[in-house]
Design a protein around this ligand. Structure first.
Ligand code: GTP
Ligand code: MG
Length: 835
């Protein structure tokens, strides 16, 4: 190509569109940053969008290029470097589902190995200057600890030098062909990622040559290979699959093996074309494992180094992660250098390798190892191994009056020192999980083998809740490898409901006031039967074919159909446990012992019967709560401060004011992200009003609880000053996740701009305790932030918002900004604030 065609008018239009997008406040907003080019008087503008705005059907971006650098020259706004158009993982979006790919794309499919480093764009100017950029940055910078572009450039120059290639010639070839060379810089001495790149492997892995044009065009791999060879790049392995079927078979085979040609691999990038217009189409096929496992190891190690706490609860790879921790903790404890390096990102792979070596398996072997795989599936406990350490929980499935308590008492009378009994009817507070917490606490007693968890559990929902609570709280009370078997005892199967109704009504009415919560004299017969019939209507019999009932390790079917049903039921439970779990009941009791136990159970009177006092004073009415704002309170302030401190330390800017503030402990007493404020709810735009009312509705119950709590406080005289703000963290486990994006400050305030983990399709950033997003609970502030500290006493915290807007709009005169990248994910609990 003799004349360089960077298509000025086209690029001009693109720049205009990008500039316009930078004025947007929300969806599709673009961000521009101007950089000096190394060793050149020229400047370039880097353009990017929020990560979550790419690939959305309802957002049209001016470009999908990830990594786009345009010369900062209104007369010649040429594209200096252009990344690939954003592409997605298989199944990540509609257009990466196999059906879609099959219907709309055509082969041949070029499969390239995905290297695991950082992306580097290499391009050139007319004067022979080589321009090396990282994804969104280039040139000298003093606000980052690692300058990827600079490191990439240094490596490139060394590489050209070794081949005796004049860098001008290299630059000329790129410039004249209007190309950006795209490589992955993999070098553990510079930055560790997940895969290992030691001395031999380190280098620039060339994987693409893009045309510097607005529209995404990339050269075929054979040209890339030729270019790479000529200039000493490391090759990116590639192969051709002619049709979609052989492609899929190949990828899925690699995925089950987790490797390609015996090597661990992050995955593949597949290049093809759209049938409709022959345009280039990319997608990736990433392997989940072993990365997930390795990343988890990295995170738990960091956590341990940070605050000495050992994470126990893992969703996946529980068993092996605990093994890993058992191994690395003593090493970390005894080696400060190791800890320090680890925190800086070095030695991560080394430590992992030490463990793998001692364990005698590779990561893939571990993952494929049948036994361990099974253990993982079974939540890290070898459930098949029943021995004297095995513990048991008994969950009834019943309705009121079936004889749960009488049966439980019969059993505990027999096994006084080994069985426990926790009754839901004894639990008064708001925390319903107390039922399991107390049961687990009891079970953690070395002498206790089995606990009867006395509650009706007449619906799937309640049974499911019990299993979830076990998962959630088990490790607070017991060691991670404690094996708990759960026995279900089903008092009725639904076909016998009429008979059960008759018997239980009679018994409950005869029981009178002899019960903790259901009292005939207090409530009256009608109300008692009303309460009972609620259970009859809602009753869902056990279905062992589906979750949650299929989670029972043993299900014992009982009957409530005779004069001494609780005796025969206790007998049946003992018989079946003896048969299935002889460790728990090695010998059957004699008939006499059993009858004695039943007899004293029938005579039992509960201790916790509330006294009914006539003419009790009226309950004071609870004032309805008027929250002033909803927020997310950062759980680990220290961790966040450490991260900030780290960024400050690494920065070459003048950070003395921030430093001083942190050192003198003048940071805000608590860190929070404001999510929605009453003023926005009353006077804001439609979106703000909608968000506010969604919060108000969603937290209605929670606010009720808080109102009760305030009332109690008031009654006990420990009410706070009514003018002071009070913050209440929601008890339901709602939370959000975020990362720090920028630290900014002027002479008034220090704030951190954060990037929330959002579900954009459902306008929300808040997740429930099961990590499911809750629709509509968004952050009203377009720029979410945390006020870190106030430098000028007359400044209000709300000024943070103004500062952050300034920063995002690029108005940064007298404002200091540190970009934070590769940051930690923090968690914050949702809070309700009242004034
Ligand atoms: P709730 O706690 O109200 O859900 O009831 P429950 O399932 O715990 O039943 P409970 O054991 O309290 O039994 C209800 C009443 O029936 C009590 O007064 C028991 O004494 C009585 N009862 C329980 N089992 C038997 C039995 O086998 N025979 C007779 N005659 N009475 C029984
Ligand atoms: Mg009971």
């Amino acid at each position: 190509m003799s004349s360089v065609n960077n298509n000025a008018s086209c690029v001009g239009q693109l720049v205009a569109d990008l500039e316009a997008a930078s004025q947007l406040h929300q969806r599709g907003k673009s961000y521009k940053r101007t950089y000096d080019i190394f060793n050149s008087k020229h400047k370039v503008n880097s353009w990017k969008f929020n990560e979550w705005d790419y690939g959305k059907n309802n957002i049209k971006l001016p470009t999908n290029a990830r990594g786009l650098f345009i010369l900062d020259d209104p007369n010649d706004p040429r594209i200096v470097a252009r990344g690939y158009d954003k592409f997605f993982n298989i199944d990540e979006v509609q257009s990466t589902r196999w059906e879609w790919i099959e219907e709309f794309t055509m082969g041949p499919y070029e499969v390239t190995v995905k290297s695991n480093g950082c992306i580097i764009f290499i391009s050139a100017l007319e004067d022979g200057t080589i321009v090396v950029c990282s994804k969104h940055s280039t040139g000298p910078r003093d606000d980052v600890d690692r300058n990827h572009a600079l490191a990439g450039q240094a490596f490139l120059l060394r590489q050209l030098d070794e081949l005796n290639v004049d860098s001008k010639n290299f630059a000329k070839e790129l410039y004249e062909n209007n190309l950006t060379a795209i490589a992955e810089y993999c070098d553990d001495t510079f930055e560790e990622h997940i895969l290992e790149y030691g001395e031999k492997e380190r280098g620039l892995y060339l994987h693409g040559l893009n045309l510097n044009e607005p529209e995404f065009k990339t050269l075929p791999m054979d040209k890339v290979h030729k270019f790479g060879e000529k200039y000493g790049f490391k090759p990116t392995e590639s192969m051709i699959k002619e049709d979609i079927h052989s492609l899929r078979t190949f990828l899925e085979k690699c995925a089950t093996e987790g490797s390609f040609q015996g090597r661990e691999l992050e995955g593949f990038v597949i290049r093809c074309h759209l049938k409709e217009n022959n345009k280039t189409f990319f997608f990736k096929y990433k392997f989940e494992e072993p990365y997930l496992m390795y990343r988890q190891w990295r995170e738990v190690t960091k956590k341990y180094i940070e605050d000495g706490t050992r994470v126990f609860r893992f969703k996946k790879h529980k068993f092996i992660t605990n093994k890993y921790l058992d191994f690395v903790i003593p090493l970390l404890d005894n080696d400060q250098q190791l800890r320090e390096n680890y925190t800086k990102g070095f030695g991560i792979i080394g430590l992992r390798n030490l463990f793998l070596e001692s364990y005698g398996m590779s990561g893939m072997e571990i993952l494929n190892h049948e036994k361990i795989k099974e253990l993982e599936l079974r939540n890290a406990v070898d459930y098949n191994k029943i021995d004297e350490n095995t513990k048991f929980l008994i969950f009834p499935i019943a309705v009121i009056g079936c004889g749960k308590t009488t049966t439980a008492l019969t059993l505990t009378n027999l096994y006084k020192n080994q069985w426990g009994h926790i009754q839901n009817d004894d639990i008064r507070g708001k925390d319903k999980a107390q039922l399991i917490k107390r049961s687990l606490e009891k079970l953690s007693d070395p002498s206790i083998k089995c606990v009867f968890v006395d509650r009706n559990n007449h619906q799937y929902r309640e049974r499911q809740q019990l299993f979830e609570w076990i998962d959630e709280y088990k490790e607070e009370y017991m060691s991670y490898d404690a094996n708990i078997k759960v026995i279900g005892i089903s008092f009725l199967d639904g076909t016998d409901l009429e008979r059960v109704k008759e018997i239980t009504t009679e018994r409950v009415l005869a029981r009178g006031d002899n019960h903790q919560t259901i009292q005939l004299n207090k409530h009256g017969e009608k109300k008692v039967i009303g309460i009972m019939s609620g259970f009859w209507k809602r009753f869902q019999p056990v279905d062992m074919n589906k979750w949650p009932d299929n989670a029972f390790d043993l299900l014992i079917n009982l009957k409530v159909d005779n004069e001494s049903s609780s005796l025969s039921n206790a007998r049946e439970i003992i018989r079946q446990i003896h048969e299935t779990y002889p460790v728990l009941i090695p010998d059957l009791p004699t008939e006499n012992e059993l009858e004695q136990a039943f007899k004293s159970a029938l005579e039992h009177k509960p201790e916790n019967i509330p006294k009914v006092v006539k003419g009790q004073p009226q309950k004071p009415t609870i004032k309805k709560l008027k929250p002033s704002f909803f927020s997310a309170a950062i759980k680990n302030k220290k961790m966040l401060l450490d991260e900030i401190q780290n960024a400050i330390n690494l920065s070459e800017m003048n950070t003395s004011s921030v430093n001083k503030m942190v050192e003198e402990n003048r940071t805000q007493p608590e860190f929070h992200i404001t999510l929605s404020h009453v003023v926005q709810g009353k006077k804001g735009d439609a979106r703000e009003k909608r968000i506010w009312s969604t919060y108000m509705k969603h937290y209605e119950d929670e606010m009720m609880k808080i109102s009760e709590c305030i009332l109690k406080k008031r009654q006990s005289g420990e009410s706070a000053n009514p003018d002071e703000r009070e913050t209440f963290e929601c008890s339901n486990g709602d939370h959000l996740k975020f990362k720090l994006a920028k630290l900014c400050w002027d002479d008034k305030i220090v704030s951190a701009i954060v990037e929330l983990n959002r579900d954009i399709d459902h306008n929300t950033c808040v997740k429930d305790k099961n990590n499911q997003f809750i629709n509509g609970l968004d952050c009203t502030n377009v720029i979410s932030h945390i006020t870190i500290g106030i430098l000028n006493v007359d400044t209000k915290a709300s000024y943070s918002n103004t500062l952050c807007h300034k920063v995002m709009e690029g108005d940064i005169e007298k404002v200091n900004v540190i970009d934070l990248s590769d940051t930690i994910t923090h968690t914050a609990g949702i809070c309700i604030n009242i004034n």
